[in-house]
Design a protein around this ligand. Structure first.
Ligand code: FAD
Length: 303
């Protein structure tokens, strides 16, 4: 199933993101999480693409196994890091051979220890080039990333949006946003994207906080902001993992409910449609996402 077709018939869609683990123990955790999340019937699940050689083949193996054993539609992430055009072509063809028809096309972050992204000789420089490259190789459904709080390397929001439009025009079917905690950031961004002529669905990226140190590291890297009330609440938990978990889950559930439910009856609220979908960054764990779904269902939000 092509994700663009699902988006044409069903909204909102729900998706879960995983990463290829490096150890056998991590592998067991991943499959347990996948099995526990499968009953939530996600529209698709995605598997990230690492900077190193061995985790890359794992992405292909994991997406193929998800499709085969769990019957869930998978999407493989693919980056331009450290690969020539020939190598990228081989990977794309391997995905096609395994009937993986959804690809998230990314430039990728620089490998560990390297400060900036350098296009490999004979490789690609931007995600837009990868999008065009995939388009030429087959009838894939292509997703790409976008940044409501602006990509950290971009000169400005306007430049970032200009390049985003360029990327979408290269053949993107839908976008997934970087994680954000303030829904106004997402809605403002979607408004600016529409003004810039970007009409593909923009799925909202949500990450429930389950570890304060980790989320500080992530947000520093990707330029997302933790709003003051959430930060203060997380600080006040003083490292109690249970408290952090319930704070993170409650916040994310509240955030999802607001994203899925357009404001009704508030004459001062800006009218806006609900989101086309929510993409959960699971970090290979199931409890937070399961708890969010449970809370949303109890609140009669259709998920
Ligand atoms: P691009 O779209 O190429 O943009 C990168 C920067 O270059 C931006 O500042 C943009 O404004 C600028 N730019 C774009 N085009 C041009 C141009 N033609 N000329 C000049 N400037 C330009 N990383 C991984 O390594 N593996 C993953 O699996 C992975 N999955 C992700 C999933 C999601 C949903 C998201 C949001 C991010 C993911 N990332 C992943 C991180 C991503 O690779 C980084 O954020 C990376 O720094 C940028 O990738 P991009 O595809 O957005 O790049």
């Amino acid at each position: 199933m092509l994700i663009r077709e699902r988006l044409a018939h069903k909204r909102p869609v729900f998706s879960f993101e995983f990463f290829p683990p490096k150890t056998e123990k991590g592998e067991a955790v991943l499959w347990r999480s996948l099995e526990q999340l499968a009953p939530l019937s996600p529209d698709f699940v995605s598997v990230t693409y690492g900077a190193g050689g061995s985790t890359r083949t794992r992405t292909l193996d994991i997406v193929a196994r998800i499709k085969r054993e769990l019957g869930i539609e998978p999407m493989a992430h693919l980056t331009c890091v450290g690969a020539t055009r020939d190598e990228l072509a081989r990977t794309i063809d391997q995905l096609g051979d395994r009937e993986i028809c959804n690809i998230l096309a990314l430039r990728g972050d620089p490998p560990k220890g390297e400060a900036a992204f350098v296009a490999p000789e004979g490789g690609l420089r931007h995600a837009s080039e990868l999008v065009a490259f995939i388009r030429e190789r087959g009838p894939f459904c292509i997703g790409a990333a976008c940044y409501p709080e602006v990509h950290p390397e971009a000169e400005s929001g306007a430049t970032d949006l200009k390049w985003l439009k360029h990327k979408v025009d290269a053949g993107v079917d839908f976008l997934i946003s970087q994680l954000f905690f303030d829904n106004a950031t997402y809605h403002d961004f979607v408004g600016r994207a529409i003004e810039a002529g970007i009409t593909v669905p923009i799925l909202a990226g949500v990450m429930p906080v389950t570890n304060y140190e980790q989320i500080q590291r992530f947000t520093q890297m990707c330029g997302a902001t933790i709003p003051a009330p959430l930060r203060q609440r997380l600080q006040s938990t003083e490292g109690d993992p249970q408290e952090v978990f319930w704070t993170g889950v409650s916040y994310a559930a509240h955030q999802c409910r607001a994203l899925l439910t357009p404001p009704v009856g508030d004459p001062f609220a800006t009218p806006r449609p609900g989101v086309p979908g929510i993409h959960f960054y699971t970090l290979n764990k199931s409890p937070a996402t399961r708890a969010i779904f449970e809370i949303l269902r109890l609140a009669h939000v259709a998920v």
